[in-house]
Design a binder for this molecule. Structure first.
Ligand SMILES: Cc1cc2nc3c(=O)[nH]c(=O)nc-3n(C[C@H](O)[C@H](O)[C@H](O)COP(=O)(O)O)c2cc1C
Length: 220
């Protein structure tokens, strides 16, 4: 696979072909992309809702009405829609779940490593929660890292996608009782195949020049 070609070809799809579905294998890779993203201290402060049904998409599209109506058809016509939700609070149970998972995955060769890992993760989680008072902001950075990996990952599968911040986050939270589960919506991603008249497909990619955004530095 040529990563440069993938980077060039991926684009934000504005019109999806609603007749195309994802197969089980593609959905399984999508699950893996979401699950395997790195996050600071491996805290994994996220939850994902995936829908491939018309009914499920309609529920997500309740968050794309009125001011956000420009995103409605993308949600309704895509093959799969994923709600990326961020953890509101680093609960003790979540921290234990992560630690126990690492233990059962064989991460702790020496017994004391488990306690060290617990201490480091709690230190960072509590620092953000209590000292900086920005746990949710920090957690959302991890979710956006997952998002970046996800957008590139689905492009490697030959799928089209678009990330959408233009949704009513509160409406989606309420529709799926996300806050009751300890999460809040950050961004919605639609995945599928572009419709052949999608105006955005053939527009040239536009980015600021490398010479403007990247600077090599040395010891001088
Ligand atoms: C976090 C994020 C949120 C975005 N939200 C929307 C959105 O709500 N609606 C939309 O049409 N495009 C949305 N976009 C698409 C961007 O406008 C697009 O990524 C950018 O213009 C670069 O173009 P490209 O993705 O085609 O390379 C979003 C992109 C990102 C990364």
């Amino acid at each position: 696979m040529d990563i440069l070609k993938v980077l060039e070809n991926r684009y934000s799809t504005k019109q999806f072909d609603q007749s195309k579905k994802l197969d089980k294998g593609q959905l399984q890779v999508i699950e893996q992309l979401l699950q395997k993203s790195p996050s600071s201290t491996n805290i994994q402060p996220w939850h994902f809702l995936i829908t491939t049904t018309d009914e499920g998409k309609k529920r997500v599209a309740k968050g794309a009405q009125d001011f956000y109506a420009f995103n409605e058809s993308k949600i309704l016509n895509a093959s799969a829609v994923i709600v990326f939700a961020t953890q509101i609070d680093p609960t003790r149970m979540h921290l234990e779940d992560v630690l126990n998972q690492e233990a059962s995955d064989g991460r702790f060769i020496q017994a004391e490593t488990k306690e060290q890992t617990r201490a480091v993760r709690e230190l960072f989680a509590n620092m953000h929660k209590l000292d900086h008072k920005d746990y949710q902001h920090w957690a959302e950075k991890q979710v956006y890292l997952n998002l970046g990996q996800f957008l590139l990952g689905v492009a490697t599968l030959g799928l089209d996608a678009i990330a959408m911040e233009g949704v009513n986050l509160k409406v989606i939270d309420e529709e799926f009782s996300l806050r009751d589960k300890g999460f809040t919506t950050s961004v919605v991603v639609a995945v599928g195949y572009h419709e052949k008249h999608d105006f955005n497909k053939n527009l040239p990619k536009s980015r600021l020049p490398i010479t403007k955004v990247i600077e090599y530095v040395d010891g001088e």
